[in-house]
Design a protein around this ligand. Structure first.
Ligand SMILES: [Fe+2]
Length: 193
């Protein structure tokens, strides 16, 4: 009869999955950086590539702390997210729209990782692996910061730049159909009509 898996086994499995996800991201991040037009966005992807290399080394320390062999297991989830990112890069978008889309792709990856590390930290704590929990929490914090940075870039001008490019040739004489008080809230939707 096969042995019944425990939370410890699931934890190791999830670590291997995440290790592989990070490795896949080291190949995807340079492509995102290369496709970015905004120097700040490019720098953000390049910085996160360096962080990702550190996160891989940190995961290796986690394996060691658990007396487990360092091993990855193909992560289908991040592969799908990376695949979607590649499709976006093949689109013929204007520069700022492409930047906005690259941020969207990057944030999907970050949120996937935040979910993985959130689980890993909780499981490490539940199973009493204090050292592993501490290391994994450091990475979780880095992923959250990277996500926040991307939000800051999107909301700090890139989305607006893309929106301005979208409506650059809109007829300025077009009557405004929304009431002044709600114009700010619904303006973008009205403008698309
Ligand atoms: Fe990561």
């Amino acid at each position: 009869m096969p042995e019944t898996g425990t939370l410890h086994d699931a934890f190791i499995d999830e670590l291997r999955d995440t290790y592989d996800a990070e490795k896949q991201l080291t190949k995807a991040l340079p492509k995102l950086a290369k496709a970015a037009t905004s120097p700040k966005l490019r720098a953000a992807f390049e910085t996160h590539l360096q962080e990702t290399l550190g996160q891989i080394a940190r995961l290796e320390r986690v394996f060691e702390s658990l007396d487990e062999k360092v091993r990855g297991k193909h992560c289908d989830g991040i592969a799908g997210i990376i695949e979607e990112g590649k499709s976006i890069m093949e689109e013929d978008f204007d520069e700022s729209t492409m930047d906005a889309c690259l941020i969207a792709a990057g944030q999907r990856a970050e949120h996937y990782e935040m979910a993985a590390y959130g689980t890993l930290v909780a499981w490490a704590q539940a199973t009493g692996h204090t050292e592993a929990a501490k290391l994994l929490q450091q990475t979780l914090d880095e992923e959250k910061a990277a996500d926040k940075k991307l939000s800051g870039l999107a909301e700090g001008g890139i989305n607006q730049g893309a929106a301005d490019a979208a409506y650059a040739d809109a007829d300025e004489d077009e009557p405004v159909v929304v009431a002044a008080s709600s114009a700010r809230k619904t303006g973008s939707r009205a403008g698309r009509r």
